[in-house]
Design a protein around this ligand. Structure first.
Ligand SMILES: [Zn+2]
Length: 315
């Protein structure tokens, strides 16, 4: 089967990685009036638009000082991120309407794709990159080997220790997320102990050190629901991915075939896991008994792929 047509994988800008090592790439971008900057503070983005906010793309003049990162180019013009320092509210930058998190702008992304709104799609792609990169800088200010303060190099794509020369790069933590389906074509969904009552989603978990993705799928389903996934090569099939920079995850989506159906949950993480038929899931969602994840999530895409159509409602 073809991979999913996911809303979060349609990038509309060029990361232009070859420019990161150009001398003064940031300074030259700042001198160019066609440059646009996304402004971040404590993981939130300066946005325009109420209700369905999108990341503001601001001209280079008049912005405060902060950590500047090179995100890439669009139509030959540079796109930067500006990370404002400090914990106190720095005030909304000129040209923006307020601050919002990536989960808020993701909702705009789904609407933008439906409306074929390229500007909004571009803003979201840049926003995901900016939030992921800014988050990494926020937690890697010191060398992992000697503890010295590190300096930013490669236009924000690496940090270097001035004492021992060690360089570190933005990291991404792979996580698997899977639609588990049994031989009666039922879907397994789980409810996490920490969630509001009635919330259900696909099972998911981080890939461990030295572990293949397929093995991570099998292990997580066994740990969280006590269900066995088939050992055959077609029993775990890749469906698509979604960057999830909270703080550094990459969600890798799979369809997995269950060869056992008895559910035994691990109370620490997943407190309930249930098999749903299509009619059963629709009825549970329509009655309000079950709430499904938001439309901007790969979890939702995996559920609706199995279902064969859009489902109503979301968290
Ligand atoms: Zn060092």
């Amino acid at each position: 089967m073809d991979v999913l047509d996911l809303p979060f994988i349609r990038t509309r800008h060029d990361r232009a990685a070859h420019r990161r090592t150009e001398p003064d790439v940031i300074d030259r971008a700042l001198a160019d009036p066609t440059t646009r900057t996304l402004v971040l503070h404590r993981g939130r983005l300066a946005v325009v638009g109420a209700g369905t906010p999108r990341a503001a793309l601001l001209p280079p003049s008049g912005l405060p000082e902060g950590l500047r990162l090179f995100l890439g180019e669009q139509d030959g013009a540079a796109r930067l991120a500006l990370v404002l320092p400090g914990d106190d509210d720095p005030g909304v930058p000129t040209g923006a309407d307020g601050w919002a998190g990536l989960r808020d702008t993701a909702r705009e992304q789904v609407a933008a794709l439906a409306a074929d709104d390229d500007v909004a799609v571009l803003a979201h792609g840049l926003a995901v990159e900016a939030v992921a990169l800014a988050g990494w800088h926020g937690t890697h200010e010191h060398c992992g080997r000697c503890g010295s303060p590190t300096t930013v190099v490669q236009a924000g794509w690496a940090r270097r220790c001035p004492v021992d020369g060690r360089e570190s790069y933005p990291r991404t933590d792979p996580a698997v997320i899977m639609a588990v389906v049994d031989d009666d074509d039922r879907l397994l969904l789980g409810h996490a102990a920490a969630w509001a009552p009635g919330r259900f989603s696909t099972l998911a978990g981080f890939v461990e050190a030295g572990e293949a993705l397929e093995d991570a799928v099998r292990r997580e389903v066994a740990e969280e629901a006590g269900v066995t996934i088939g050992a055959g090569p077609g029993d775990v099939v890749y469906r698509g991915s979604q960057p999830w920079p909270f703080p550094a995850s990459l969600m890798l989506g799979f369809r997995a075939r269950a060869v056992s159906t008895e559910v035994r949950t691990d109370d620490d993480e997943v407190s309930e896991a249930r098999w749903f038929t299509r009619a059963g899931l629709l009825a549970a969602v329509e009655s309000g008994e079950v709430g499904l994840p938001g439309r901007a999530s790969i979890a939702r895409a995996l559920i609706e792929e199995w279902y064969g159509a859009e489902l109503p409602g979301s968290w």
